[in-house]
Design a binder for this molecule. Structure first.
Ligand code: ATP
Ligand code: MG
Length: 423
């Protein structure tokens, strides 16, 4: 084995899974197009400050998970751990937020985490960000769009939508105080992480995985009791809209999301089908973020889907996509290959949906047939001496039913068009 291996937590996506990826990405693009969202492509590297300020200094991402380095001019840069900060940065820089904008992007993100199933150090997110709409009809649209994608992929039943409102910043800090008061009185019953967070980021204690901490939280003050009127009213409208559209959800008052920039609506789509890494999509509203980046005070909301987890879920639900070769071309010798080349080029342009692979590097008929079998192709297309001499070609089914048959060159394309259209 070679001495080189992919870096821990970095994963190669190989031909056995790319069909599934392409299917998921194709479905996402179709759904986003159908709601009028537009794609942006953004840098993978941004200045470290951008993330520290927007995500928050005392979050796991900024404290422990960022890939940060100095470039040759001693500027501190980071590989992006998420897409929202860069997208807001770009929207402000290019003045995209003077009107309503609905954007999406997809690509790799980087976090130094403990790798496990559904958790990598380089992973892919598909993110959506919409600017300039402060009303909850946008929150509803984002969730409808997610549901449309789950439906398209046949996984709607595997996902649960959890929603919460975390209010404006005054409401949140009043709630934070109440929570800290309640938990400080019971500090020795908290797990170690939560004890630490009591000082740095107490709201994150709400999503502690520790069972005793969770039990303690059953008696804690509830976020919804502290919400400001606007947030409460907006949350009610969101729920009405979801009800009207038949989107099922549960209200999870412990859902806070990790990052500092959220306010009002937050949500997650989770599944039981993937073990511990069950959150496939998370998002919410971030009304203060644009102003924080120097843009005019504009609302924003969005979500990010973890594509690895989405692909795993599509697999787990038995929704297979495969990418099979249609035709493997066999030629008896170099002269036959030269004879076949222009004909195969013409066949590819006539039938662009067929995948046609030419045997390369010569070899006996026998070894070429072996390759054809291994390739998984449905047909072998054979140019032997008699075929070349009579401007014809033999088509041999490699799998399933059917007899082999010889066609005059000019008849092949129409026969294949007919037979593949029937499927
Ligand atoms: P988790 O609680 O699983 O760590 P998170 O709250 O850190 O998730 P977000 O920052 O909200 O995740 O990112 C949105 C989505 O991106 C997640 O719901 C998940 O599907 C995916 N994701 C996040 N981190 C990773 C990772 N290290 N590997 C694979 N997917 C990830
Ligand atoms: Mg995380």
């Amino acid at each position: 084995m070679s001495q080189y291996r992919a870096v821990r937590g970095m994963v190669d996506i190989l031909p056995d899974s790319t069909p599934q990826w392409q299917r998921v990405e194709g479905a996402a693009k179709r759904v986003l197009d159908s709601y009028g969202y537009q794609e942006v492509r953004l840098p993978i590297i941004e200045s470290t400050n951008l993330f520290a300020r927007s995500i928050g200094e005392v979050t796991d991402i900024v404290e422990k998970e960022m890939y940060t380095f100095s470039d040759r001019s001693d500027d501190s840069l980071s590989l992006r751990p998420e897409g929202t900060a860069g997208c807001v940065r770009a929207a402000v820089q290019h003045n995209l937020i003077s009107t309503q904008q609905r954007l999406w992007y997809s690509g790799p993100m980087f976090r130094y985490e403990r790798p496990q199933k559904g958790r990598q150090r380089q992973f892919n997110q598909l993110g959506v960000e919409a600017f300039g709409v402060g009303t909850p009809d946008l929150d509803a649209e984002l969730l409808l769009m997610c549901r449309a994608l789950w439906r398209d992929l046949g996984i709607e039943d595997a996902l649960t939508l959890e929603i919460n409102s975390i209010g404006n910043s005054e409401a949140r800090s009043a709630y934070r105080d109440a929570l800290v008061e309640y938990l400080s009185a019971r500090k020795d019953q908290l797990d170690d992480d939560s004890q630490r967070r009591l000082e740095s980021n107490p709201l994150r204690i709400l999503d502690s995985k520790n069972a005793e901490t969770q039990a303690l939280l059953d008696g804690a003050p509830q976020m919804l009791d502290y919400l400001d009127e606007q947030s409460l009213a907006d949350f009610r409208v969101l729920r009405d809209m979801l009800d009207a559209a038949g989107v099922k959800y549960v209200i999870n008052q412990r859902l806070v999301r990790g990052l500092d920039y959220y306010n009002k609506t937050v949500f997650e789509w989770t599944t039981n089908a993937l073990g511990a890494q069950g959150t496939v999509c998370g998002g919410g509203r971030y009304d203060g973020l644009v102003a924080q980046f120097g843009g005019r005070d504009t609302s924003g909301a969005g979500f990010a889907i973890g594509l690895e987890r989405l692909v795993l879920l599509v697999d787990a639900m038995g929704q297979q996509a495969s990418d099979t070769l249609d035709i493997f071309v066999i030629t008896v010798d170099r002269a036959a290959q030269i004879h076949a080349l222009p004909r195969i080029e013409a066949l590819r342009s006539a039938l662009p949906n067929l995948a046609i692979q030419m045997n390369l590097g010569g070899g006996s008929f026998k070894s070429q047939f072996k390759r054809a079998d291994k390739s998984g192709a449905r047909y072998a297309l054979v140019y032997g001496e008699s075929e070349v001499g009579s401007n014809s070609v033999t088509l041999k089914p490699l799998r399933g039913e059917g007899e082999q048959a010889t066609f005059p060159d000019e008849k092949l394309a129409s026969w294949l068009k007919q037979s593949t259209a029937d499927e």
